[in-house]
Design a protein around this ligand. Structure first.
Ligand code: HEM
Ligand code: HEM
Length: 269
């Protein structure tokens, strides 16, 4: 059997995509984590924030395109099975971790893009294809759900990546087997492809469903527009004029016995 048949090590295309996407995701994630806390006290700093967001979004969309190509290549390729199929728990955790990583690789850039498309106008993606996304309306509440999901999904990917790294380190240092070599040089002993990972797939779907539910639950409500009251409130009415006092005769002086008092005419000069 040929070394590159896919059951000894990963083929060159899969290896190239693995490391290319790893570098792209690391770079985009680093820019994402640092850009959200950049200072915005001067005009120059605000311009720098715009550039940082545009860079993050543009490279993020490029990473998404590479990930899509990687997915196609992965689905068309036979990959080697586990080196120690008898370690059932370890294999289950490793395959679940791979699938969670796949979920993050697809859902993180997608949610970032949807966040951007549903709240357009700020820090454009630097490309000529427009800023919207088909079928996604401009809607602040929806945008905040995508924003929250983008963040939670980032944390989920970070946890999965930590497990992935620990697993790779364990194989390299403790087991001293060919797991790392299979994805670096492509060399390794024959290991027939594993069966369809139904259990890991179900656990992965549950994890991402949980992340989605959490994001929907915890997304902040849109901030009230402080000027909305001025735009929608009716014109203030002119202050009411005091009603003209009714013509009332001046009260007659009290008369001791109810009879009018006959006043003498004023003396002539
Ligand atoms: C591999 C792809 C991507 C990764 C790993 C990634 C990762 C991150 C991370 C870690 C943050 C910081 C989250 C926080 O602490 O608030 C972030 C923020 C952000 N990302 Fe991404 N991102 C990716 C792609 C994208 C894309 C494609 C877009 C848009 C087209 C995007 C739009 C944003 C925006 C707007 C924020 C700021 C938070 C917000 O206001 O929504 N991201 N991203
Ligand atoms: C220093 C960083 C990394 C190391 C040392 C590493 C190591 C490895 C190793 C040894 C394998 C082969 C596992 C096996 O044969 O069972 C592998 C496969 C895999 N890695 Fe990584 N990896 C790294 C970064 C990443 C990143 C950042 C991602 C995605 C976010 C990722 C996603 C995957 C996936 C999905 C597979 C399964 C093969 C496939 O479906 O393409 N890796 N990695």
């Amino acid at each position: 059997m040929s070394r590159y048949h896919g059951q000894h090590g990963y083929g060159p295309v899969i290896r190239l995509f693995h490391w290319l996407t790893a570098v792209l995701i690391a770079a985009v994630a680093l820019r994402g984590v640092t850009m959200v806390s950049l200072p915005a006290t001067t005009e120059a700093e605000v311009v720098a924030i715009f550039s940082a967001y545009s860079l993050h979004k543009t490279v993020g969309v490029a990473a998404f395109a590479v990930i899509a190509l990687r997915l196609v290549a992965r689905l068309l390729t036979t990959t080697p099975g586990p080196l120690h199929p008898e370690r059932r728990v370890e294999v289950f955790v490793a395959r679940t971790t791979h699938l969670v990583l796949w979920g993050g690789m697809i859902l993180i850039p997608l949610s970032g893009w949807l966040r951007h498309a549903s709240a357009p106008g700020f820090a454009p993606i630097l490309w000529p294809f427009g800023q919207g996304f088909p079928g996604i309306p401009s809607n602040e509440a929806l945008s905040l759900v995508f924003q929250t999901f983008h963040r939670f999904a980032g944390w989920t990917l970070a946890v999965a990546f930590t497990l992935h790294l620990l697993g790779a380190a364990k194989h390299a240092v403790l087991d001293r087997d060919a797991t790392l070599a299979r994805i670096t040089t492509g060399a390794g002993p024959y290991a027939p492809a594993a069966a369809f990972p139904l259990g890991p797939l179900i656990v992965t779907l549950l994890i991402w469903a949980g992340v989605t539910a959490l994001a929907m639950q915890l997304a902040p409500a849109p901030m009230a527009d402080p000027f909305a009251a001025f735009e929608t409130a009716p014109e203030p009415e002119a202050p009411a004029q005091p009603a003209p006092a009714p013509e009332t005769p001046s009260p007659a002086l009290p008369e001791p016995d109810g009879e009018p008092i006959d006043m003498p005419p004023p003396p002539a000069d």
